[in-house]
Write a protein that binds this ligand. Structure first.
Ligand SMILES: *Cc1c(COP(=O)(O)O)cnc(C)c1O
Length: 379
């Protein structure tokens, strides 16, 4: 008897999604057409923000955000150390220096006290990461940002659909970044978006994703319709209409999918009570967790290898999110940093394990995950 493999994350694409993609393929526009704008408007509305700028990936969205804020050589941006490398890389793309903040030991969310200690006259922005889908303490981060005149950026690639004290993820920071990679809540294949209320930042990001070319129609009309102006060095970070049609169709299902993720988390929470030696991450009061990941924290680091091996052998796609960014070879060598910089994140890294979490995960599969975990905690 062999059980099918349970991946840690997986997209759900149905016939309705496929029909929407086909509809666009048969239309006049394949890339920047009406679907991009509609997708931007719909995601911004869903996330409680005024505007959206859709781009080719979450990484491109982070880069666009750093560009729009004017991050450059000599600037420092404080980022969480417990995240995917792209959160820090976007600062380096702009010639800035990422400064790694430590995390809270029970949630692995950026620690506001650590952030405050790292602020210098060179600091321009903070990038908070809603790790696993739990919104950070935005009240504290907003207070710090205002006090020191910093921009507050949310890397919300884990938390689309989450909430904090009644406000939506998307309305909590100056700019909020989403990813539509297939393991995230909704997918466009590859894709990302920045949402914000600031129209000036929107204009800069629209220009940036299109080679730095401006779309000032009056200027064009005055010089002749053929004329366009490349005002700054940008990139081709455009997303296609094909992708945005898929994203719009996926977005309709998101509220339902979020509930399913929360249900699975409840099952895991309940099941873990009977498993010795580990437990869930803490979840703060007054927020809505979007559960991109479900992470367990082991009491003993030396148990992780065994859990990982036994679970994988049982066909369960456990994973580890993340190796702290400052420990990667590139960051060690380029910035002369390494172990000891963020001790809480470094210790937590040794003890974390991500269980499968996605909207298509069935109840029986969740039971299988818990049983395998209970089995792997015996000797
Ligand atoms: C997925 C992810 C990104 C990058 O998104 P891509 O769409 O894969 O480029 C950035 N930050 C975090 C925290 C992520 O999980």
């Amino acid at each position: 008897m062999s059980n099918p493999f349970i991946p840690y994350g997986r997209q759900m694409v149905d016939q309705e999604d496929i029909a929407e993609v086909v509809r666009v393929l048969q239309s006049d526009w394949l890339t920047t057409g009406p679907e991009v704008e509609k997708f931007e408007t719909e995601v911004a509305l869903f996330a409680g923000a005024g505007f959206g700028v859709a781009v080719s990936s979450g990484t491109a969205a982070l880069h666009a955000a750093m560009y729009a804020l004017g991050i450059g050589a000599g600037d420092e941006v404080i980022v969480s150390s417990m995240t995917f490398a792209a959160t820090a890389n976007c600062v380096v793309y702009q010639g800035g220096r990422p400064v790694f903040a430590d995390v809270e030991p029970d949630t692995l969310l950026i620690d506001a006290a650590s952030v405050e200690r790292l602020i210098t006259p060179k600091t321009k922005a903070i990038i908070a990461v809603d790790y696993a889908g739990q919104p950070c303490d935005y009240d504290q981060l907003r207070t710090l940002a205002d006090q020191y005149g910093l921009a507050l950026v949310a890397d919300a690639c884990h938390s689309l659909g989450g909430g904090y004290k009644g406000a939506r993820v998307g309305s909590l920071a100056d700019m909020t970044v989403f990813s539509f990679h297939p393991v995230k809540h909704i997918t466009t294949g590859e894709g990302g978006m920045v949402v914000t209320d600031n129209e000036e930042l929107v204009q800069r990001m629209r220009r940036f994703r299109n080679h730095g070319i401006s779309h000032d129609h009056r200027q064009r009309a005055a010089r002749g319709d053929w004329h366009y102006e490349m005002e700054d060095l940008g990139f081709n970070y455009r997303i296609t209409d094909i992708q945005c049609a898929l994203g719009r169709s996926q977005l309709k299902k998101l509220p339902h999918w979020l509930l399913r993720r929360q249900q699975i988390a409840e099952r895991y929470d309940a099941g873990l009570g009977a498993v010795p030696g580990l437990g869930p991450l803490a979840v703060r009061n007054g927020l809505s967790h979007a559960y991109h990941l479900y992470v367990v924290l082991l009491e003993n680091a030396h148990d992780r290898q065994k859990h990982f091996r036994v679970m994988r052998e049982a066909g369960i796609g456990v994973n580890v999110h993340y190796y702290p960014v400052h420990l990667h070879k590139y960051y060690r060598e380029t910035f002369g940093i390494g172990e000891g910089l963020c001790p809480v994140a470094e210790k937590a890294y040794e003890r974390i394990l991500s269980l499968p979490m996605h909207q298509g995960l069935g109840d029986e599969e969740a039971v299988r995950v818990i049983e395998a975990l209970a089995g792997s905690s015996g000797d």
